[in-house]
Design a protein around this ligand. Structure first.
Ligand code: HEM
Length: 499
C-alpha cells in the first residue's frame, strides 16, 4: 500500500515537473522572440510595469518613445511576459488586414457580461452575426434615431440650464455617460430608462459597475485569475451585476418577442424600429435566426460599446471646445447658420456641420475613446523586417499612432483643419483610427458621430463653454479613455446673455 502511494506521488511529481519544464520552455522561447524587438530599458523583475499604468505620466512616457521607435516597441509586463506596441499604420494596417484574432487574455474579462457578442466573437460566428447586424446600421435605420438624440440631449440641457444659472461647473464625463446610456437604451431596445434623471436604478448601477470591473481586474493582476477574483467581494458584486444586467435584457427581449407575435410584425419587415427588431427578425442564408442568448449578447454588446465610448468622445470634445474658444466660436457660427432659430437638429442638418465635424475628428485624434486594442498572432507574418510569430501579443496603440510625429506634423497641437478634405487627401486611411479599421472596425461609428453632432450642436446653440482652470487635463487610458481627475466646464447661457 505504502509502495503504491509512493508510486502515485512520484507519478504526480513527474507530471508536475514535465508541465513546469514545458511551461518554462514556452516562456523562454516567448522571451527570446520578444527580445528581438526594440524597446526601452526594463528592470529584470518588474519589466516596464511602472510604464503601463493608466495615467498621464505613463502615456506621456510612451509618447516620448515614439521618436526613438517610430513604428513599434516592446514592453515587459514582469520578467516573462512581453507585448509589442504597434504605433504606426505600416504595422497596424498589416495586423488589422490580416484578420489577426482578438486577444483572449484581454477580451475574456468582458465575456461574463457580453458573452459571444460581436465585439468578442471570432471566425464563422462573428462573420454570420456581423452580416445579420449590418442592416441595423443602414442610413434608413439611423435616420429614425435623430429624434431620440434630440430628446435625450434636451433632457441634459434642461439640467445644465439650472447649473449655468447657479454658475456651477458641470462634470462632463458624468453627464455624457448618462446621455449616451439613455440614447443607446432607447435606440437598441426602445427602453426608457430615465437614467439621466434617476441614475439610481439597480439596472443602471449594474451597467456602470460592469464598465468599471474589467478595468480593476486589469490593474490588479491577481484579479485576472477567475479563481481568485470570484472569491473576492468585487467578484461577488460582478456576478450580481451580470445577473441584474442579463435579467433586464432578457425581460426586454421576452416582451418584444410577445409583441412581435401578437402584432404579427414578422410580415412587416419594413417597419423595424430599433436594433432589437432587427435582431429578432434577422435570418441567415439558411433561414436560421439568432438564439435567445445570442440576441442578449448582442443587445448587451451594443449597450457596452455604444455608451462608454460615445460618452468619452463627447466629454473630451466638450472640454476641448472650452479650451479653444476661437474654434468654439467657429463651430457656434456654423451651427447658428445651419439651425437658424430651430431648437432641434434634423437629419439633413448633420451633413452641413462641416467645421464641427472637423473639430470632433481632431478631438477623437488626440483623445481616442478606445486608446488600445489587443490582438494575438495566429498566422506568423513579417513587417519591416520584424517577425511576428504565433502567440505574439500585439497592442494596437491607437492613441500613440494618433500622436506619432512620423505621421502627424506637430502632433500635440489641436488643429481641426488637419481634417479638411485637402489636408486629409494624401493621408494613409490607417493613420487615423478612432473606430479601428478593416473588417472588425466599429459597426456603430455613424451612429456615434450623428449622436455626437446632435448633442454638440444643441449644446453650443444654447451655451458658451468655458474652461475650468482649476482642473488640469490628465488622461487616464483605461479600457475607455477617461481622465485621472474628472473633467468639468463652466456654462454661460447664450439666451440669458443676449437678453
Ligand atoms: C465615439 C464612439 C465610438 C468609438 C470611438 C468606437 C470605437 C470602436 C473600436 C476602436 C472598435 C474596435 C474594437 C476592437 O477591435 O477591439 C469598435 C468595435 C465595435 N463597436 Fe464601436 N465605437 C464607438 C461607438 C459605438 C457605438 C455607438 C456602437 C453601437 C451602437 C458600437 C458598437 C461596436 C461594436 C458592436 C463593435 C465590434 C465590431 C466587430 O468586431 O465586428 N460602437 N468600436
Amino acid at each position: 500500500m505504502a509502495l503504491l502511494l509512493a508510486a502515485a506521488v512520484l507519478l504526480l511529481m513527474t507530471i508536475v515537473l514535465l508541465f513546469a519544464i514545458q511551461w518554462w520552455k514556452e516562456k523562454r522561447e516567448h522571451r527570446r522572440i520578444v527580445s528581438l524587438f526594440p524597446g526601452p530599458e526594463a528592470s529584470l523583475l518588474l519589466g516596464n510595469l511602472d510604464k503601463m499604468t493608466p495615467t498621464e505620466k505613463s502615456l506621456s512616457f510612451n509618447e516620448s518613445l515614439l521618436l526613438r521607435f517610430p513604428k513599434l516597441f516592446r514592453l515587459w509586463a514582469g520578467p516573462l511576459f512581453g507585448v509589442i506596441i504597434a504605433t504606426h499604420h505600416d504595422v497596424i494596417k498589416r495586423v488589422l488586414l490580416n484578420s489577426t484574432p482578438k486577444s483572449e487574455e484581454f477580451y475574456r474579462l468582458l465575456r461574463p457580461w457580453l458573452g459571444d457578442g460581436l465585439l468578442i466573437s471570432k471566425g464563422k460566428k462573428w462573420l454570420r452575426n456581423r452580416r445579420l447586424l449590418t442592416p441595423g446600421f443602414h442610413f434608413e435605420i439611423l435616420r429614425s434615431y435623430i429624434d431620440i438624440y434630440n430628446e435625450a440631449t434636451n433632457i441634459l440641457l434642461t439640467k445644465w440650464k439650472y447649473l449655468a444659472k447657479n454658475e456651477k461647473a458641470v462634470d462632463v464625463f458624468d453627464s455624457s455617460c448618462y446621455l449616451a446610456l439613455d440614447v443607446v437604451l432607447r435606440c437598441a431596445c426602445s427602453y426608457e430608462s430615465n437614467c439621466q434623471t434617476q441614475s439610481e436604478s439597480a439596472y443602471v448601477r449594474s451597467i456602470v459597475s460592469l464598465n468599471e470591473i474589467p478595468v480593476a481586474r486589469v490593474l490588479f493582476p491577481p484579479y485576472r485569475s477567475d479563481f481568485i477574483f470570484y472569491f473576492t467581494p468585487m467578484g461577488w458584486r460582478a456576478r450580481k451585476a451580470v445577473r441584474t444586467a442579463h435579467q433586464h435584457s432578457e425581460a426586454i427581449i421576452r416582451n418584444r418577442k410577445m409583441q412581435l407575435i401578437s402584432q404579427n410584425l414578422e410580415n412587416q419587415r419594413g417597419k423595424r424600429s430599433d436594433f432589437l427588431d432587427i435582431l429578432l427578425l434577422a435570418k441567415d442564408d439558411e433561414g436560421r435566426g439568432l438564439t435567445d442568448t445570442e440576441i442578449r449578447d448582442e443587445v448587451d454588446t451594443f449597450i457596452f460599446e455604444g455608451h462608454d465610448t460615445t460618452s468619452s468622445g463627447l466629454a473630451f470634445t466638450l472640454i476641448n471646445l472650452a479650451r479653444f474658444p476661437d474654434f468654439q466660436q467657429k463651430c457656434y457660427e456654423e451651427i447658428k447658420s445651419v439651425l437658424s432659430n430651430r431648437k432641434n437638429v434634423t437629419w439633413d442638418d448633420l451633413g452641413k456641420f462641416t467645421y464641427l465635424s472637423m473639430f470632433i475628428k481632431e478631438s477623437l485624434r488626440l483623445y481616442p475613446p478606445v486608446p488600445f486594442i489587443y490582438r494575438t498572432v495566429e498566422e506568423p507574418f513579417e513587417v519591416d523586417g520584424f517577425s511576428f510569430s504565433k502567440g505574439c501579443e500585439i497592442v494596437l496603440a491607437i492613441t500613440l499612432a494618433h500622436r506619432n510625429p512620423h505621421i502627424w506634423e506637430n502632433p500635440d497641437k489641436f488643429d481641426p483643419l488637419r481634417f479638411s478634405a485637402e489636408a486629409a487627401k494624401n493621408r494613409d486611411p490607417f493613420a487615423y483610427l478612432p473606430f479601428s479599421g478593416g473588417a472588425r472596425n466599429c459597426i456603430g461609428q455613424n451612429f456615434a458621430l450623428h449622436e455626437m453632432k446632435t448633442a454638440l450642436a444643441l449644446t453650443l446653440s444654447r451655451f458658451e463653454l468655458l474652461p475650468d482652470s482649476s482642473c488640469e487635463l490628465k488622461r487616464a487610458p483605461y479600457l475607455i479613455l477617461k481622465t485621472e481627475n474628472g473633467g468639468r466646464v463652466y456654462l454661460r447661457d447664450r439666451g440669458s446673455r443676449d437678453s
